[in-house]
Design a protein around this ligand. Sequence first.
Ligand SMILES: [Zn+2]
Length: 373
Amino acid sequence: MDQRRSVSDLFNPLRPESNRNPPLYPSLIPKTLISLPKRGQNPSGAQKPPAMETTVSYQRFPKVRIREMKDEYCKFELRETDASMANALRRVMIAEVPTVAIDLVEIEVNSSVLNDEFIAHRLGLIPLTSDNAMRMRFSRDCDSCDGDGQCEFCSVEFHLNVCCDSDQTLDVTSADLRSAEASVIPVDLAVKALAMESSSTSYEAAEQRGIIIVKLRRGQELRLRAIARKGIGKDHAKWSPAATVTFMYEPDIHINEDLMETLSLDEKRAWIESSPTKVFDLDPNTGQVVVVDPEAYTYDDEVIKKAEAMGKPGLVEINAKEDSFIFTVESTGAIKASQLVLNAIDVLRQKLDAVRLQDAEENDFSELKAHLG
Ligand SMILES: [Zn+2]
């Protein structure tokens, strides 16, 4: 057996488990993290695709079903995987999917009431459209500008020049930022442009002014140059494309019908009412208690406590399905929620590739190799 391959296979999540090492704790076996399209040759070239047909495979093919999809919001089910996968996906969406945000500010004139640092911070927090962020370079990795972060591959320049010359207080907003790159603009302006195109009236007048940066009185001025760079939420929250990413375990609810029938109609009603959320209801025709919305259950245990208080323990059994998750993703608008999920999968895949590559290049496994024979 090729020793090099055996070592790298150990860390290859695509590796089918052979019968040579019968698993003691199936739940602890490293399983495939996500079903990805088959990759070509591993970048290291050190391993071949695993032989699928001869051995038992623990490789899983998680299934995704989209329930709801809007530009800034999406809800989907992730099934046939485990919590490690769901959580990895959640964390990557929050902290490792790149966006573009203002990172460097050169103040030329600032006679406003806010100090330079305060304004720079506020500018950083304005979400910018980041559809190209995955293709951009991190300024620290950019060889065109030596990490200076001021070239076309890794940065976008903004200018702002506002002076107040009336007695009316002047709001300086994201709408005053002039971008050198048409594809990178404050998100609220992009939304506004879109709303005006479709002549939608839902866009509130208050929102049309843009995100307020500072307010100027007569004679005050703000003039600056800002550089937006690619970054990730791990480095600073301003780069996080996610407003909210949550997942819940899908509840598995079983009503003990025989026990339930021993309850009177009033008792059934009282039991249904004990749930703070509308999970159960009474079927008006049959008088049976039915589950109307299992996902409304918040794992509060109230119905279980109620059943015990009524002297009917075991009336209902509720378990969290360990392989089914319901995700809710809200984007800041920097990228679409659906794109956020796809980019997260891409980032996760790159990270896995890096682990495999590192493993293939690692030569410190001589002991392990000897042990494996
Ligand atoms: Zn550069």
